[in-house]
Design a protein around this ligand. Structure first.
Ligand code: FES
Length: 88
């Protein structure tokens, strides 16, 4: 398990789970908008990564040409403790 800090709270996230960071945070009550429900289309689940390492960008994320430090929380998982913030 790793700790993900978001909006003043710490969440325990299983980095070995098949579930995305977005799914795991929402399951613990984090309010993350996910208009496309994890399909990688809407970008409403976007996060800014302030510290920590995440899994490599998926092909979907690469196609979106996201700004430096921005990820789609429905497409990634943490590899280490992370500090993130929601963009939307
Ligand atoms: S939930 Fe739509 S891109 Fe992540």
């Amino acid at each position: 398990m790793v700790t993900v800090h978001l909006s003043g709270k710490d969440y325990e996230v299983d980095e070995t789970s098949d579930k995305s960071l977005m799914e795991q945070l929402r399951a613990q009550g984090a309010e993350i908008t996910a208009a496309c429900n994890g399909a990688g289309i809407c970008q409403t689940c976007s996060i800014k990564v302030k510290s920590g390492d995440l899994t490599d960008k998926t092909d979907t994320e690469k196609m979106m040409d996201l700004p430096e430090g921005q990820r789609l929380s429905c497409q990634c998982k943490p590899k280490t403790d992370c500090d993130i913030e929601l963009i939307y």
